[in-house]
Design a protein around this ligand. Sequence first.
Ligand code: FRU
Length: 469
Amino acid sequence: MSEVSLLKQLARSLMTGQLIAASDPHRLHWHLAPPVGLLNDPNGFIEAHGRYHLFYQWNPLACRHGAKWWGHWSSADLVHWCHEPVALLPTEEYEINGCYSGSAVLNDGKITLIYTGNVKYADGSRTAYQCLASESSDGSYQKLGPVISLPEGYTGHVRDPKVWQHDVLWYMVLAAQSPEIKGKVLFYRSEDLQQWQLLGEIAGTHLNGLKEFGYMWECPDLFHLDGQDVLLCCPQGLAAEKYHYLNLYQCGYFVGALDYQQAKFPHGQFHELDLGFEFYAPQTTETADGRRLMFGWLGLPDDNELAQPTVKYGWVNSMTCPRELSLRNGILYQQPVKELQQLRQGNGSQWQGTAAEAPAMAAVSAELLIGVNGPFTLSLRDNATLDWNGECLTLTRHNWRTQEAESRYWFGTLQSLQLLLDSSSLELFINDGEACMTARYFPDPAKQNLHWQGHGQLSIHHWLLSSCV
Ligand code: FRU
């Protein structure tokens, strides 16, 4: 479809939909969510010219997946964001079924996007092109077309390029599927972002000592952190275990050592990045001050998004809060970026004592730092609970699709929790970010408090958070 006709549809969708979306009682107060329509993966996360840019997979025309566009936000402080003009629309033959996920680099001072042009055929088959687009002086993006077509020996499921620079050369990890229907991560090199050489498969099912490990690994991201290399990826097709891999698709990481010359990435075991209900397709960037930051999609693919309560207000899904990563003893720690502390209202209130005696606390848009010594149960707006029994931390929520309760688990020695709450999401950082649990939940808007039970001793610092979107 032509750009003009798509932009007309966008204008109509925004003009009729934006106020309705904003009136949703579950609309988020301080998380990024689409103005209208469906959001999925974070794309092209980069700091450039003194601003942070976050692009995202967007269907602005409906609350369902389809031919994706790239939405675009920018921010000076990672907290207050403004929506920029849409960056990519699927107008060309080589991307006609969607400008799929990808990344951004700074090349000759210009933000350059590398993304997947997705093409589906009537017989159900598909192909994919890895494409470039470069920032123009007016902030729009000029498409430079495909630079990699489908590599030989893979199915049409090749996508989600993540590019970075190392010793003057450009490198890319790319998700791919072998003809045996196994998930792989391809590794490429380029001198100029235009000509790319495939160096080999660096990770995937049947590589680096892994046995069966999924039929597709979406959204790889590879970076150096605290002396080691980390591969993030989203394997699809792992069988659920009693306490692990409980979501439809997984998202996790391997720690290893990338050998740029030999194109090898020997690595350790797979760790889940998040033990909650919704977390997928994260993307990182390195900031000017040397931090490795990450956004994730606070959602999951193929998750019956039409059942979400926000759909009747014409929007669905959001980003996680921005998180800072660090590697300690082979574990990837995640913490909310320090900039989010701007949202805290005043000095907050502090309380210490036996859990059952703690007062009710406002929970619609709030942050809690909790020191834990002994068991407790926390009820979140009568729609989710967090239970610590001394061995297992269990997050249980009401599933809005099945109307049943469902749980996720973490085992360890619990010392502290940081809980970030928005009107329909929760993000839980365990022991300084050693593990995380992330979820949407849709409480009755009239139920605004959290309540404590149990005989454990707690110290609680509670803040209300300001709205910023
Ligand atoms: C992950 C994903 C990517 C793809 C994009 C399409 O959620 O399926 O693999 O590029 O979403 O929107």
